[in-house]
Design a protein around this ligand. Structure first.
Ligand code: GRF
Length: 226
């Protein structure tokens, strides 16, 4: 059974594109039932249309409050038969009501090594701070800002000459690797959380890792196809 997935976006949708591409390659067993944007001008909507994926636009200004918006969001997701949610550059917090509707099935990608640099400008904040190792995190979404249990992280070097844009571009290449991998683990039912700790169960059939654990800076290691 593929993962019946809703992808939530607000902008360019390059993470959406990598999810689309991994589904097409057969590595990610998901059916992207719909793409939702809170911004009508989001380029990601074009990417969805090109891939033949239904789109829904919910301009957040049209709703009274977060709960009102989330009710519409839940209805759209359910109407399209999705029961798992990937937030991919979706610049909104969701309510507890939303999370209770899809328990343990809402993921987010953040362009920093959490818990450092949560919030809207993770890449810029890390560059300005002068870190030497930056990266990205896929995590379960909870009520807080980028605070849910971490599933997978990837690290990239950061240079004193970096700014948010140059560092952000380097981080983005790894976002595109780790997000589909985390979604595939969710699809296979291999993720479980105990408090803040996330466990990835071994694959049913043995899968080759890309490189040896410890040889590179993605952990848990990526499996073949990602
Ligand atoms: C990514 O850096 C993501 O981590 C952050 O917003 C950016 C979205 O990029 N939350 P895209 O829309 O997927 O290209």
């Amino acid at each position: 059974m593929p993962l019946n997935l809703a992808v939530l976006i607000s902008g360019s949708g390059s993470n959406l594109q990598c999810i689309i591409d991994r589904v097409a390659s057969g590595a990610l067993h998901a059916d992207i039932r719909l793409v939702v944007s809170n911004r009508p001008e989001a380029f990601g909507l074009e990417r969805a249309r090109k891939a033949g994926i239904p789109t829904v636009v919910l301009p957040h200004g049209n709703y009274l409050d977060r709960e009102d918006f989330d009710r519409a969001l839940i209805a759209a997701i359910r109407d399209h038969g999705a029961d798992a949610v990937a937030m991919a550059g979706f610049m909104r917090m969701v309510t507890p009501m939303f999370l209770q509707t899809f328990p343990g099935r809402v993921l987010n990608i953040h362009p920093a090594l959490l818990p450092s640099f949560p919030g809207t400008h993770g890449q810029r904040d890390a560059a300005e701070y002068g870190v030497r190792i930056a990266g990205c995190s896929v995590h379960f979404v909870d009520e807080g800002m980028d605070s849910g249990p971490i599933i997978i992280q990837a690290a990239v070097p950061a240079f004193p000459t970096d700014n948010g844009e140059t560092l952000g571009a380097r981080i983005l290449t790894m976002e595109h690797r780790i997000y589909p991998q985390a979604l595939q683990w969710l699809s296979e039912g291999r993720l479980s959380a105990q408090g803040r700790k996330v466990f990835v169960a071994p694959a049913a059939r043995s899968k080759a890792f890309i490189g040896e654990p410890g040889e590179y800076m993605v952990f848990p290691p990526l499996e073949e196809g990602f």
